[in-house]
Design a binder for this molecule. Structure first.
Ligand code: PMP
Ligand code: GLN
Length: 381
């Protein structure tokens, strides 16, 4: 394989979903919902296919999706964008992350990120020849440690790669924490790339703050999101990145040679989705909040200590009371022992000791599925 990717091997999501299939286990590993999203969004994709929108769309994305992303950013975050020059449609947030890092990071540049991190961050920074500098978020509160964050910055810092709401912890960064990140980015003249794919999945009134809306941040911030989580269409792989025109142009020139363009008929469908009434967005969040409560209760009844997430559809639990010494080994055995799949959090860390016995479980599943998973875990104790 590619030397830069050698340490990463196979993504944990592929490994754990294969184990789930092999054992017929309940898959609370890879995060994807087991029910469909808004029917009008699904119908719009079918109509687009029937309507003949089946050839290459424009490189930046179809005009109605560029307009819809700009309108969404104005409506939910108060950010004004020129759809023609400041928005780019990508193949999921995954391509937006890769193209952005490849466009802005030169070999030897440093990228600051928090750990645990989404696994594509580390691999993509490595592909660009960048150097990852991390600050650890610690179970169970995952609060930002100012000293370690400051220490991660240097004269070589080129970018901060932020994710709020945060996978895998479920943390929603507070205004104070974001203020610190932004101040350090300004001080070091660094880009802030903010992955906000879970922007609509927040609970208990927790407020998602979009960094690009922050005073003085618009000119150095690229915002990434995706339709996968918001419309329960993870298989459609429609994402986008927005920010200053010159940076978006640089990302677009990389994107041309990664995928050229994204999938055509899904783009108008996502454009329709982004314009749906507020109740569609808040309805998803409130349904997920009750699923969160269900899984948190069940994991606690199974004997585990749990960090209650304020966003995303993931929860982190400490599996030590179930006999876990190393969560990697524990999660590999769990499908056979209990018929349940979770993801070991240490694979998202450089400092693996910060997460030795921690397991991430997804709760974007039918209530009966969550209840059965908890029953099986409780039987282990
Ligand atoms: N960033 C984060 C934090 C994620 O959890 C995911 C979901 N897999 C992605 C990016 C990738 O999103 P997409 O499926 O749209 O490529
Ligand atoms: N974002 C989802 C997760 O964290 C899916 C990731 C993937 O399959 N690459 O589980």
């Amino acid at each position: 394989g590619h030397p830069a990717l050698a340490p990463f091997g196979t993504t944990i999501f592929a490994t754990m979903s294969a184990l789930a299939a092999e054992h017929g286990a309940i898959n609370l590993g890879q995060g994807f919902p087991d029910t469909d999203g808004p029917p009008e969004v699904l119908e719009a994709a079918v109509s687009a296919i029937r309507g003949g929108r089946n050839q290459y769309p424009p490189g930046a994305g179809v005009p109605e999706l560029l307009e819809a992303v700009a309108a969404h950013q104005r409506r939910f975050h108060g950010i004004d964008l020129d759809p023609a020059s400041e928005v780019l449609v990508t193949v999921g947030a995954t391509e937006a992350i890769a193209a952005t890092v490849l466009a802005l990071v030169q070999p030897g540049d440093e990228v600051v990120t928090f750990e645990p991190y989404y696994d594509s961050y580390a691999a993509t920074i490595a592909l660009a020849g960048g150097v990852r500098r991390t600050s650890v978020l610690r179970f169970p509160d995952f609060t930002v440690d100012e000293a370690s964050l400051r220490a991660a910055f240097s004269s070589r810092t080129r970018m901060v790669l932020l994710n709020t709401p945060h996978n895998p912890t479920g943390k929603v960064f507070t205004r104070d924490e974001l203020e610190l990140v932004c101040a350090l980015a300004r001080e070091h003249d660094a880009w802030v790339v903010t992955d906000e794919v879970y922007e609509h999945l927040t609970f208990d009134g927790a407020e998602h703050v979009a960094v690009a809306a922050w005073p003085g941040m618009r000119e150095r911030t690229l915002t990434i999101s995706s339709a996968g989580k918001t419309f329960s269409t993870t298989g459609w792989k429609v994402g986008w990145v927005s920010g200053p025109a010159d940076a978006v142009a640089a990302v677009r020139s990389v994107k041309q040679f990664l995928t050229y363009v994204g999938s055509g008929p899904f783009q108008p469908a996502v454009a329709l989705g982004l314009g749906l009434p507020d109740a569609v967005f808040t309805g998803l969040a409130s349904s997920l909040q009750s699923k969160r409560d269900r899984l948190v209760d069940g994991l606690r009844r199974a004997g585990m200590a749990v960090s209650v997430p304020q966003g995303t559809y993931f929860v982190i639990a400490d599996a030590a009371p179930l006999g876990a010494v190393d969560a990697v080994a524990f999660c590999h055995e769990l499908p056979a022992r209990a018929g349940v799949v979770g993801v070991p959090v240490s694979v998202f860390h450089d400092d693996v000791d910060a997460a030795r016995t921690l397991v991430r479980f997804a709760f974007c599943k039918e209530d009966a599925v969550l209840d059965e998973a908890c029953r099986r875990l409780a039987a282990l104790g």
